[in-house]
Design a protein around this ligand. Sequence first.
Ligand SMILES: [Zn+2]
Ligand SMILES: [Zn+2]
Length: 83
Amino acid sequence: MCLEFVIPSRHGQPPKMTRENQFSPWICHVCDRTFQDIESTACSICYKTTCAAHLRHVAHFNPESDLYELRPICLHCAVTGSS
Ligand SMILES: [Zn+2]
Ligand SMILES: [Zn+2]
């Protein structure tokens, strides 16, 4: 018996081959909303995609470049992260 692994398409949608002017859908892990029209931004701490409403840019000192750089940090990490 031959078993083939077939990837089922979600919600019956065929896989898209063209990606012109369109980002793959992503979900903000804070508000669980799905976004498709804008590019996803990942939190620099937990690396989870976060929407602009739940993302804040915090100045973080980088000793390597000797410069302060803005890092995207999600609301969860901004509240719970203490380091
Ligand atoms: Zn959000
Ligand atoms: Zn985070």
